[in-house]
Design a protein around this ligand. Structure first.
Ligand code: ZN
Length: 291
């Protein structure tokens, strides 16, 4: 998959919470790590307002402590080269009071968040940068804030007139957004009522509106076919995030889709933002075309 010449290839995934590195993109990260790529996870918040059943809190003073321990476990299983926290507070679901907490990512200035990201990009010099899509997946304010800050920082990192205190400029080769195929989500939302589930109130806490994922039909420019070993690693990492439902069997329509995916082979999908995509066939490798 990769032609590793003199320098080890580097990828950074910028996500909002401890678990986004596993639940969304974990198998892709594991696959690249197995191929010799250095992969870092930059996590914008500590996941402070994730809901946690009391049984998981044993031995931990705060939810952030618990989630940091879960993150450490997942990082080890995935084989990440490092996990870097930006230090913001989880903003909670859309419309929740946590959005307005003074430390929350949702109200942090994009300039401040981008300055931290620029510093990381200039230091780690990633070839490939990946983050959430513009709609934040299902509209989570932290996913949207992370996307916006990464987009700004991606260009600023290469601009010698910006963030001059953040070290010498660096231009990563590619920027991708993790997306879910529109057709796939359309069917999920349609069949959920057949399983007695409301797509507007999905998830463990019934606070995820999956129909938000249909607001925008993001183009797919890269499709990563996931091998069995990467999927196994992802599932093992998911079990680390036990307080967030990782490792438990999936239910309802997601279970049906899991079976369908198993039969046709599993994939992760990406929209390419930089360099601007052309009309060619979807890439099969996020490092495609690179020297
Ligand atoms: Zn998240």
């Amino acid at each position: 998959m990769l032609d590793i010449m003199n320098r080890q290839k580097t990828m950074i995934f910028f996500g909002a919470h401890p678990d986004d590195e596993t639940f969304g993109i974990g198998a892709t990260l594991a696959q690249y790590i197995a191929a010799g790529v250095k992969v870092y996870y930059v996590c914008a918040t500590g996941g402070e307002v994730g809901t946690v059943d009391p049984e998981y809190m044993k031995g931990f003073a705060t939810i952030a402590d618990l989630r940091s321990a879960e993150m450490k476990c997942a990082a080890q299983v995935l084989g990440l080269a490092g996990v870097i926290y930006l230090g913001y507070r989880d903003s909670g679901m859309p419309g929740s009071g946590d959005n307005k907490h003074p430390d929350s990512l949702a109200i942090a200035s994009i300039d401040e968040v981008a300055s931290l990201i620029v510093k990381i990009i200039r230091e780690l010099k990633p070839d490939v940068v990946v983050t959430h899509d513009a709609g934040g997946g299902y509209g989570h304010p932290d996913h949207i804030a992370t996307h916006n800050a990464v987009l700004k920082a991606f260009y600023a990192a290469a601009d010698p007139t910006q963030y001059t205190a953040a070290g010498p400029v660096f231009q990563p080769s590619k920027l991708y957004f993790l997306v879910r195929p529109h057709g796939f989500m359309k069917v999920i939302v349609k069949i959920m009522p057949l399983f007695g589930q409301n797509p507007h109130q999905a998830g463990r806490n019934k606070d995820i509106d999956l129909t938000r994922m249909l607001d925008t039909n993001y183009p797919v420019h890269a499709v990563i076919r996931l091998n069995k070993q990467s999927l196994q690693i992802r599932n093992k990492a998911a079990a680390c995030h036990a307080s967030q439902g990782g490792g438990r069997p999936r239910q309802g329509p997601f279970r049906v889709f899991q079976i369908i995916e198993k039969l046709r082979g599993q994939r992760d999908y990406f929209m390419r933002h930089y360099p601007p995509p052309t009309n060619q066939r979807p890439e099969r490798d996020l490092f495609e075309g690179m020297k």
